[in-house]
Design a protein. Sequence first.
Length: 550
Amino acid sequence: MASATDPALPAQQADPSAKARARRAAPAGPSVAAAMPTAEHILGLKSVGTIFTYDTDPTTERMHAHKCTASVVESPGHNLILTAGHCDGGKAVFVPMYAAEYTLDKQTFGFYRVAKFFTDNRYVHNTKKPISDLDFSFGRLDPSKSGKQAQDVVGANKLVRTPGYLNKVTMLGYPSSHDPEDHPVRCPAQTEALPGFYQIQAKCRGMWSGVSGGPWFSRVDWAKGTGEIIGNVGGYNGGGNDANVDWLTYSPMHGDWFFRLYDEAKNNHVPQHGSTYDQPPLPYSMGGGDTWSHAKLLASGEYTGDGKGDLIVVWTDGEVTLYTGDGNGGFADERRLAAPHGVWQDVKSLTGGDFSGGNNSDLLVVFDSGEVRLLPDVGTKGLDGGIKLAGAGSIWSHADQITGGSFGTAKYVSDLVVRWSDGEVTDYTAVGDKGFGTEHQLAKPKSAWKDATLVTAGDFTGGNNWDTLVRWSDGHVSQFQETGPGGVGKEVHMAPAGSIWSHDSVMTAGSYDSNGWPDDLVVRWSDGETTMYTHTGATFGAEHMLVASK
């Protein structure tokens, strides 16, 4: 269309914005998976089209090359399109199922001027900051020349929340470069989390400039011409990485902020400063599996004094991070408690508990050297100092797993179960700043517990004492109910040998959701995926992904 109406502008002129910048092809080497799909050209989908810009009047003035992709979405006025936030602005027309072979007045489904764009007023075009999570925009269309609304002509797509980080999608868009025929492309792809952002990413060769704003369908009816949309090309750097490769594409998650903006657009309301857009804060992302594959140790507790369960992570490089819980099975933010490459690189095991009698949870830490330290109220006091309970060179260098709980002093989480390197299991009741309390042997040395790879505890059965959860070296998982001074408790098998639980690398249990009970199990898997099982009992509770796999 551009070449037909403006000989000075080549048909494939690239827009200078992010995803429309010159992009590089996928490398042929082993760094890119062989299974990566390649986008295929199609004739189009009638509810998806292109956005062109113009100078004065699209019927008389020259048109500029299309810069972005958009899709018609359901609305009361039958007149809304979805595109990327960095695609808004200027005088624009939307051409559904654009066909490069025809001029503007000959398009099968006509064209529609964009009367107004609705973009979150905090968004910054093509930013690489977390505000790029808001890279989506709606356009309100004028009727066509014949007086019809776009939705009445081509139908409309349904918008639903992005269900999670891992989705099977079909991406659809109109490249404006590397595309001599100027036809749309589609690509079936698998999404994953974009670490550090409330976004997802997908790999597919051939997603060149111009696909910005294009829909990501969870399902689509090609005969009807519409489907269900859970994402759109956009996000960090306008929807692509710093190298602007053609095979890596991003989409913001369609969550609360997306649907607030959708409501504004449907109601034709332009928010002013001080509107609902100023609160609450953006959704928090815990990052991706690449990072979490380095989570070495986890400790649950109520560290911040707000009555909600929090999570402490010790990373393989010695950094320590506190994740504050939101009380609904998720996390609200994070803060560093210790910098990398310090003494925390030498931590062997740790657990949360109420050992010092303060208002918040404490950490009990065993170092490789055998030193044991009790750190009271770490959420407010930090990790410096503390109380030394055992010195370097002590027998505690053989304490391979420790877990805090209520194993005989039901009122407080002030007891400690220890699995020693020789298979002995010990319950210390009433541990505190004066020492380890009273010792009770639960299993003798050289017992089967030598094969207990991971040990944690929670109140899964609601009895007087807490229950101990064990992942064994062969992958099977056992729960020992009512652990206490008299024994490890009744064993209940939760997963068989050889199960997926052989990939359970770290685990902890605490109180993370609204029931206020320490029955939520957090698991970091070998691929970095991190999962919470809420309301775990004699069987695993409901599964919620916190971090997608790498």
